[in-house]
Design a protein. Structure first.
Length: 571
């Protein structure tokens, strides 16, 4: 055919041959630019991924990557064949102190003097709402037995817990065994300390043998872990009585779990915030003597604010997370929620310190009650977080309380580095903690399937480049340095609880925070103030917080509907 074409019209034949050659070359180029037909790696995919990361590569650069990216896919497949349980940490660690120092063993806790027991009320509600020091005094002086007190709290949990949707499971059999043992020990003269015989609840992220540990999520409803969490073990050794596993938002986000939405005792139409939703609600409603929560980014601070209770978020690494669900290895913390600062300090003193199981947990000195006077503390306040001319807000009134105590407040400013972008550190670590769960599509079983919920975050966090994760942590180092400089000027600073970026900032740097109720908003909901202290300086925070609570009474208020007494919400 081409011979005939060449003879009849040589130019036409040449054009046809050139056209066929162009088609061949185009196909060859497309084949090589797009990668092999049976591989997901193509230059178009590379360009799209680069665009997602805010980068741009030339065509030759993209072509050169293809063999290595194909090998990386094989490497991913190989690594994913290894079973990585949630409690297995990465071979990396976060230390909030910039200089490396050897762990120190702290001295014994300060001598806590049990106060004289006040008269025992006839109304069980009046008993249930008392703070830890009063409960402890009654028990130690045998005004009430641990078994009787435990029955009071169990009855309230059964009757009022459903109203708040704050209980995952009652640990009644365990509680009664622990309470009877406490009564026998105290009767024989053995007193383990201020928590002996006091009923408490724990966020359902912690392992308690023979009971489900659901993490608030449907796929884990039947999960039973055989080894107790360190916090559970230490509280048992302190003589405390576990009465309930309390709700957490699914996989530690929010107040929505597989059984409903945990409610705010002050307004049951409102959620209790999260993710320590159940511990805060149950403590506020007088259903437990105290509770244990966790925080990664506000999960103690936020529900404590919503429910009007006192929450202590300790320095990162102060309390072992062994036996607790891992979400972010460099940000997760464990802390107490109670009805008073003093109670929070007594719980912290029983559970802090290294256990040899959490590699990030370390020993540091802690003496409670502390001996340092309030007057010796340098107290700062975040000046631009308190609006000029504001004289009526609860936050401003807290400053007035501090000044009335003779404290000269020092104005400070928080670091100006970008804070919110560093949330990707949490997102990346959470996606890694639940990698297999997400890839198996079991995240579809979670109740919340919205933008701001874990299923979506687990997915989009896969798009965070490893380089950017590391760069974010380098910015985090700068942030830690600036905070170290700030704490050369003050020992503690005051900030509105959700003022500026203080909540995320201090969770990233690992600083301790104490949140306590300081009034009510126009709708009668509790509000709070936050004190932030230097690393490992919880005793200073507790000293200041206790002094503030001695000068105010917001922590003594009770939510209507959970006590027979009428409540005054005026701030």
């Amino acid at each position: 055919m081409t011979d005939r074409l060449r003879k009849s019209n040589p130019w036409r034949a040449t054009a046809l041959i050139l056209g066929l050659l162009c088609i061949f070359l185009a196909g060859f180029i497309l084949f090589n630019l797009s990668g092999k037909p049976d591989t997901p790696v193509s230059t178009s995919a590379i360009h799209a991924a680069a665009q997602m990361a805010g980068l741009a590569f030339t065509q030759p650069e993209a072509e050169l990557m293809i063999p290595d990216l194909e090998e990386r896919l094989d490497a991913f497949k190989s690594l994913r064949s290894v079973d990585l349980p949630n409690n297995l940490p990465p071979a990396l660690g976060f230390h909030p102190a910039l200089c490396s120092d050897s762990p120190q063993s702290g001295p014994p806790i300060g001598k806590w003097h049990c106060p004289p027991p006040p008269p025992l009320p006839a109304d069980p509600a009046d008993i249930a709402f008392q703070p830890i020091p009063v409960l402890s005094s009654w028990i130690r002086n045998r005004r009430i037995g641990s078994e009787e007190l435990t029955r009071i709290y169990l009855e309230r949990l059964k009757r009022l817990g459903p109203k708040l949707e704050c209980v995952v499971i009652l640990t009644e059999d365990l509680a009664m065994r622990q309470a009877r043992r406490a009564d026998k020990e105290i009767a024989s003269g053995l007193w383990r300390g201020p928590l002996h015989g006091i009923p408490y609840g724990i966020k359902d992220l912690f392992a308690v043998p023979a009971y489900p540990t659901t993490w608030g999520a449907s796929p884990f409803r039947e999960q039973v872990l055989d080894e107790p969490a360190t916090v559970v073990d230490r509280l048992e050794k302190a003589g405390a009585v576990l009465v309930a596993k309390l709700t957490t938002g699914a996989l530690a986000w929010g107040d929505v779990w597989f059984g409903g939405k945990t409610r705010n005792p002050w307004d049951p139409d409102q959620g209790s915030s999260g993710s320590s939703a159940g511990p805060a609600a149950a403590t506020a409603a007088g259903l437990v003597g105290f509770a244990i929560g966790t925080e990664t980014w506000g999960s103690i601070v936020s529900p404590s604010t919503r429910c009007g209770v006192t929450g202590l978020r300790p320095t990162f690494g102060r309390i072992s997370r062994h036996g607790a669900m891992a979400l972010s290895w460099s940000m997760d913390k464990v802390g107490p929620i109670a009805r008073s600062v003093e109670g929070s300090g007594l719980v912290f003193s029983a559970i802090h310190g290294r256990d040899g199981k959490d590699p990030d947990c370390r020993d540091k000195p802690f003496v409670w009650p502390g001996s340092k006077s309030i007057g010796a503390l340098r107290i700062g306040y975040v000046a631009d977080a308190f609006p000029a001319g504001d004289t009526r807000s609860s936050d401003r009134k807290t400053l007035d309380v501090l000044q009335s105590m003779g404290i000269e407040l020092i104005p400070i400013r928080l670091p100006k580095l970008p804070i919110k972008p560093l949330a990707m550190i949490l997102n990346a670590e959470a996606a890694a903690a639940f990698d297999a769960f997400s890839r198996s599509d079991r995240d579809d079983e979670l109740v919340r399937q919205v933008r701001h919920a874990w299923p979506n975050v687990f997915r989009h966090a896969r798009m965070i480049p490893a380089v950017e994760y590391i760069q974010g942590n380098r910015v985090r180092t700068l942030l830690m340095r600036e905070m170290a400089d700030l704490f050369q000027k003050v020992d503690i600073y005051v900030c509105p609880t959700f003022g500026k970026d203080n909540l995320l900032l201090t969770n990233l740097t690992g600083h301790p925070a104490l949140v306590l109720p300081n009034g009510f908003d126009d709708d009668g909901h509790p509000v709070s103030i936050t004190f932030t202290g230097n690393l490992y300086a919880e005793a200073n925070l507790l000293n200041l917080g206790r002094a503030v609570q001695e000068a105010t009474d917001f922590h003594r208020r009770r939510p209507p509907g959970f006590s027979d007494q009428p409540e005054d919400k005026e701030s």
